[in-house]
Design a binder for this molecule. Sequence first.
Ligand code: URA
Length: 255
Amino acid sequence: MRKPDIFDEIIQCLKTGEKTGADTSMNEETLRVFFNPIPPKAAARPQAQAAAPAQDIQGVPPAYAPDMPEWESLRTECAACMKCGLGRTRTNMVFADGNPHAELMFIGEGPGADEDATGVPFVGRAGELLSRMIAAMTFDRKTETCIANIVKCRPPGNRNPADDEAAACMPYLKRQIAMVNPKVIVLLGAVPLLYLFNLKGIMRLRGHWLDYNGIPVMPTYHPAFLLRNPPAKKDAWADLQAVMAVFGRKPAPRR
Ligand code: URA
C-alpha cells in the first residue's frame, strides 16, 4: 500500500474545500515564496477549442483529434517511423495522451515498459504520480492537458534516450508543440531540459521559467525521481503552483 503524499493531501483538501466551500486562495506569503521575480509572458494563443470528451472512446487511441487532421497524420507518420534503432524494438509507438487542444502540456523522457505495452505515455507508477500531480493542480488529465515525450519509442531497459535517438525524434515533438500551442509547458526532468534547451542541471534550473518560442516553460522533477526522493515532492509542488498561477488556478490551503 502506497503512503499518502503531498499530492494526496492537496487532492483531499480540494475535495473537502469543494464540499465546505472553503476559501482556497493563496496567501501573500505563498505568492512571495513560490513565484519567480519575472513572471512569464503568456503566449498569444488563439481561443482554445472545445475539450475532447472526458471518456476514452473504446478502441480510439489517446489524444485522438478528429478535428485536427494534421495531428492524426503526424501520428500515422510516427507509427511508421524507423529513423532510429528504437523503431526495431518497440511494441507500440507512444504518441501522446490527453487533448491536443489543451493549454497545458507536459513533456517527459520516453516510454517505459507499461507505455510500450499500451501506447499511452505515463501509465506506469510514475504516470500514476503524474496523474495525481495534475489533479492537485486542479486540471483534468484527459481533457485539459496534453502529454508527450522526447522520444516516442521505448529505450530498451528504461535507459535514457541516446543523442541520436532524441535527434531523430525531436522534429516530431516540435511539430506537436506547434500544433498544441500550449499556454504553458512543464518539463519533467533532465532529459527534456537537455533536448529542448541544451541545458543540464535540473536541480538548479527547476522552478525557473524558460521560454520556448514564446511559450513559458517550467522545468520540474520527473515523477520517477519523486518516487525515489519523496522529500523533493515539496519543491515540485512549488513549481506546479507557479504554473497554476499563470492559469489563475488556486491550490487548496493545506491544513
Ligand atoms: N516516463 C516518461 O518520461 N515518459 C513516460 O511516458 C513514462 C515514464
